[in-house]
Design a protein around this ligand. Structure first.
Ligand code: FE2
Length: 140
């Protein structure tokens, strides 16, 4: 399976969009890995590569939210925490039990439903706020 980045989830914030594309690319790298007889360790490394980037990306957004004193930072942070916990749970399951169709579906669902939903809701709203903030502070 592949998860395509489309303009449907474009936030129109250059930094956020480029990081989201990298996120999707790392998700796809893992899915490619599951289809090509990768070893247990290779799968773990590839999923870890995604987990690390998710953390980096959420930190980027969190730093921006702090900087612009985003009014909805708390709930946005909560959503990040949830997404991270779910992903780490899958990562641990992979380490403990190895790859399975069930685990693959779980990750696919998380990537498709949760990350896309998060981007479409939370991140688009944040991007609009950043734009308005920059305009108000003449940073455009
Ligand atoms: Fe976000």
């Amino acid at each position: 399976m592949r998860i395509e980045w489309t303009s449907y989830i474009q936030t129109n914030n250059e930094l956020l969009d480029s990081q989201h594309k990298e996120l999707f690319s790392r998700m796809n790298r893992y899915f490619e890995c599951t289809e090509c007889n990768s070893t247990h360790q290779e799968l773990i490394d590839t999923l870890n590569y995604l987990v690390e980037y998710v953390k980096t990306h959420f930190k980027t957004e969190d730093d921006i939210m702090t900087e612009i004193e985003y009014t909805r930072q708390k709930e946005h942070r909560r959503s990040h925490r949830e997404l991270t916990e779910r992903l780490v749970e899958i990562y641990k399951e992979l380490i403990d039990n190895g790859a399975s169709d069930e685990l693959h579906d779980k990750l696919a669902r998380l990537c498709q439903v949760w990350y896309v939903a998060h981007i479409n809701d939370f991140d688009k709203r944040l991007a609009s706020y950043i734009k308005a903030y920059n305009r108000a502070h003449n940073n455009v």
